[in-house]
Ligand binder design. Structure first.
Ligand code: ZN
Length: 182
């Protein structure tokens, strides 16, 4: 099985953006500048989140939708193609950059504007996760109606649900349908 992608801060920020929308929470869309800034402070990425303002929310939602499409694409080739489209949209070229542990990695250069560095960084983190672990590790939760995106970081790489809660809901639903048929 492929390597488990490290949970670098930029990847966690991407997950925070993606998980701001969830059909099982009320309201379903909890994206706000305050929420992203809190995540930025927690992850040491305030240079990306502090410049964001309420006027950027429509573009942040659009970015969230585009990144979700990477997870929801039907097969690995479509995931790579979608990821490449988003990388092109958010970046003005690519640079080789030293990561904190000293290894070199490809990083998309941001487009101008307040969401530019944020968009390039979170998309770059997903691209690095894809090159490390393969796009088989990108998926959406199989428990209806959840469909939340997840990045499978298990060793075996056979995750189907976004979280323990959905895993248990799906198991209970399968049990109910078995006992109804019996
Ligand atoms: Zn789920």
């Amino acid at each position: 099985m492929s390597a488990v992608p490290p949970l670098e801060p930029a990847l966690r920020l991407a997950v925070a953006l993606l998980h701001s929308y969830w059909v099982l929470q009320d309201p379903v869309d909890q994206l706000s500048v305050a929420r992203l800034r809190a995540a930025g402070r927690e992850l040491g990425l305030t240079e990306l989140t502090e410049p964001l303002g309420d006027a950027d929310l429509p573009r942040l939602r659009e970015l969230r939708t585009r990144l979700y499409q990477v997870f929801a694409a039907p097969d690995p080739a479509a995931r790579v193609a979608t990821l490449n489209e988003v990388l092109t949209e958010v970046s003005a070229g690519t640079a080789v950059e030293a990561s904190p542990d000293g290894t070199l990695r490809l990083t998309p250069l941001p487009r101008p504007g307040p969401i530019g560095p944020f968009a390039a960084t979170v998309t770059g983190a997903l691209a690095r996760a894809a090159t490390t672990g393969g796009t088989d590790r990108f998926g959406v939760c199989a428990a209806d109606p959840c469909r939340a995106p997840y990045l499978d970081r298990t060793r075996a790489g056979r995750q189907r649900y976004c979280c323990e809660l959905c895993n248990n809901r799906a198991a209970a639903a399968a049990y109910r349908s078995r006992t109804r048929r019996a």
